[in-house]
Design a protein around this ligand. Structure first.
Ligand SMILES: C[S@@+](CC[C@H](N)C(=O)[O-])C[C@H]1O[C@@H](n2cnc3c(N)ncnc32)[C@H](O)[C@@H]1O
Length: 347
């Protein structure tokens, strides 16, 4: 499905609500996006949290669960408890202006208030930037992801971009989620147009709002299955796609194929077709290692050798999501490695 018609309009207006309406129109008709009643109110809440000095680093679901299970953490006592740890909060914990903005945004459950209120969004930070994403636990199909992988992805992206000696005019983040990668890149290259591509309408909404919160006017959310919804060639194609074999097939987790590698393989192929000569693919993904072998690298190596003037591939972390090895389909997998691929298309 293609969506360029709306993007001219989105470029032309700074109004977050109008732009988010546009994203709504672009989104899947059948999917239920986050019930955001006012994008402007959520953006204002983001500004307010940022200027209060709010900081929160998102941890893995297992760590989140462990920390929240401690008796003293049953309820939120401060902003980090409400927006970071997704704990229920009582009257008076949230400052009245923020409470009003959260309710106006339609993201307080139950909406009437009382002692069991919860925020339907989390807010996490990377340095001074703030990103809204789905509240914990992220069990809904349209949950908008942000996690430790996001930190590794953004850090690796920054390292690779620091060594890049080419102008960036057009870039795309495939599977943008909350928009963190696209927004970080857009702020580094304010003259570039950066597409935040995703199949999840809620991700597109939050990318739009997070771009406004962080002042990245050059980010355009677009509904797109990989690169199907965006036209033309790119200086940068980047991605942190789903890479797990997930029995629930959640869109932010399930990579499909052998041990979850299918989407990552398709992204390498699609990027090599759509990169400008000299353009870069920046891919963060998780790879299931079997008997000491890396089946993902084996699958893409020939395409990289044929289509690239240079490519580097490194393990950022040898062992992530170890709990996954107990799940069906992982019987032969000895570890999941976080890897970083930087491939430069042949000129
Ligand atoms: C692991 S999350 C990463 C989100 C974000 N890039 C980050 O680093 O925080 C993967 C994202 O890919 C999206 N996605 C899954 N399949 C996709 C597809 N075929 N095309 C585009 N996006 C897809 C999901 O909806 C989800 O937002």
């Amino acid at each position: 499905m293609r969506a360029p018609d709306c993007s001219a309009h989105m470029r032309a207006t700074d109004n977050v609500r109008e732009r988010t309406e546009c994203v709504r129109l672009l989104a899947h008709a059948g999917a239920m996006p986050l019930p955001i009643a006012s994008a402007d109110a959520l953006a204002a809440l983001g500004h307010s949290l940022s200027s209060s000095g709010y900081r929160f680093t998102t941890v893995t679901p297992a760590t989140h669960r462990r920390v929240n299970r401690r008796p003293e953490n049953a309820r939120a006592h401060d902003l980090r408890g409400i927006f970071g740890w997704s704990r229920p909060f009582g009257a008076g914990v949230l400052p009245p202006e923020m409470d009003a903005l959260l309710r106006r945004a339609g993201l307080c459950a139950p909406p009437e208030g009382g002692d069991d209120a919860r925020s339907l969004v989390r807010a996490s930070t990377i340095g001074e930037r703030l990103y809204f994403h789905s509240a914990f636990p992220t069990s809904d199909d349209d949950a908008v992801f942000f996690g430790p992988d996001t930190y590794r992805y953004v850090a690796a992206m920054r390292r690779s971009l620091a060594a890049l000696r080419r102008p960036v005019r057009r870039a795309v983040d495939i599977g943008a989620g909350s928009g963190a990668g696209a927004i970080e890149l857009a702020l580094l290259y304010p003259d570039a147009t950066v597409y935040g591509a995703d199949i999840n309408p809620s991700a597109l909404q939050l990318t739009e709002i997070n771009a406004a919160v962080n002042g990245a006017a050059n980010v355009l959310p677009v509904e797109s299955d990989l690169l199907d919804g965006v036209e033309g060639a790119f200086d940068i194609v980047m991605s942190n796609p789903p890479y797990i074999l997930d029995s629930d097939e959640l869109a932010y987790r399930h990579g499909g194929g052998e041990h979850g590698a299918e989407l990552s393989i398709r992204i390498v192929r699609a990027a090599l077709e759509r990169l400008q000569p000299g353009g870069s693919l920046l891919l963060y993904t998780g790879v299931a290692i079997v008997d000491g072998r890396d089946p993902f690298l084996a699958e893409i190596r020939a395409a990289l050798d044929a289509g690239c003037s240079a490519w580097t591939y490194e393990e950022l972390d040898p062992d992530i999501f170890g709990g996954q090895l107990d799940c069906d389909g992982y019987e032969r997998v000895e570890r999941i490695a976080a890897v970083w691929l930087h491939a430069v298309r042949r000129a």
